[in-house]
Design a protein around this ligand. Structure first.
Ligand SMILES: Cc1cc2nc3c(=O)[nH]c(=O)nc-3n(C[C@H](O)[C@H](O)[C@H](O)COP(=O)(O)OP(=O)(O)OC[C@H]3O[C@@H](n4cnc5c(N)ncnc54)[C@H](O)[C@@H]3O)c2cc1C
Length: 264
């Protein structure tokens, strides 16, 4: 369990950032579920509850999601569930249980770039941007590849395009961390294949995505694309699965996801 010297609830993002920058061990606190797993000694914990960041809003071109929105809010959002074949809801629905998802936040989940993250893989298939208080707005892909810098994740912005999307995941047992997760989106004739829990953080299988986007969507090419994805990406071993097993699961999940997309 972490130790917290002081807890503050700033009234503005500027104030929150100022406190965050003051000392190395001052940090933003989301649902604090992951923080509880460690032994961090935190100076000032910054709770963003007063900043109206628990929101899911739709504008003409984007869906905005505030950092303090919980994963359960995402799962049951009537706005999000109108789009992208409910891929966001499907990506988070198996994380532990409802009570847990009622607590954990989008900010804590995305800013931490956990390799196993179900949410990040779901979001990566879409045209998602991350808004940081200091770092500004950038694509989720760019954010994932960026070096860690202290900042506050304020919102996510998902472009409302006509993408259809799918999420697939393999767990050793219910409520365990995923051993591999895959999302696939199709917008016009362009495919995006994303893979996470490799166990490294989520990434786009670019060669496989390009291959299937520029070839006829039939069984032969789907099998080829799944082989390309499992070869182009780097996998690793941990207590949940070996590198070789992940590579095999990747092939199978990508194939199944593309098969489902092709039958839509
Ligand atoms: C036991 C357990 C099992 C889990 N299993 C899964 C799983 O199977 N799949 C899955 O996808 N996830 C899983 N998770 C992760 C979970 O879904 C959340 O992503 C995680 O708990 C972080 O969210 P939080 O709100 O609790 O963040 P916190 O614990 O509050 O914070 C985590 C980190 O994020 C930082 N942070 C929080 N909010 C912000 C912000 N707005 N801006 C900048 N930094 C911020 C904090 O400073 C901290 O470093 C699991 C977590 C736990 C504890």
């Amino acid at each position: 369990m972490f130790t917290l010297i002081e807890l503050v609830q700033p009234e503005s993002l500027e104030e929150a950032y100022e406190i965050l920058s003051k000392r190395k061990n001052n940090i933003v606190i989301g649902g604090s579920a992951f923080l509880r797993m460690g032994q961090k000694r935190i100076g000032t914990g910054i709770d963003l509850s007063n900043l109206n960041l628990n929101l899911i809003e739709e504008s003409e071109d984007y869906i905005e999601i505030g950092a303090m929105t919980t994963l359960r809010d995402l799962e049951v959002s009537p706005i999000l569930n109108k789009y992208f074949d409910q891929v966001i809801s499907k990506s988070v629905k198996d994380i532990i249980g409802i009570q847990f998802r009622n607590v954990v936040t989008v900010g804590g989940s995305v800013f931490s770039k956990y390799g196993f993250s179900d949410l990040i893989v779901g979001l990566l298939a879409l045209d998602t941007e991350v808004e940081l208080y200091k770092g500004g707005r950038m694509s989720l892909e760019e954010f994932l590849n960026k070096k860690y810098e202290k900042d506050i994740l304020v919102k996510l912005h998902i472009k409302k395009n006509n993408a259809s999307a799918l999420y697939k995941c393999m767990r050793n047992s219910r409520s365990d961390y995923p051993i591999l997760n895959v999302s696939v989106s199709k917008s016009d004739n362009s495919f995006k294949i994303c893979v996470g829990a490799r166990p490294q953080r989520a990434t786009i299988a670019k060669e496989a995505s390009d291959f299937i986007s520029s070839n006829i969507l039939n069984e032969e090419n789907i099998i080829k694309a799944s082989e390309i994805a499992s070869k182009e990406l780097v996998f690793g071993s941990n207590m949940r699965a070996s590198k070789e097993y992940r590579e095999a699961i990747c092939k199978s999940l990508v194939k199944n996801a593309l098969m489902e997309v092709s039958s839509c």
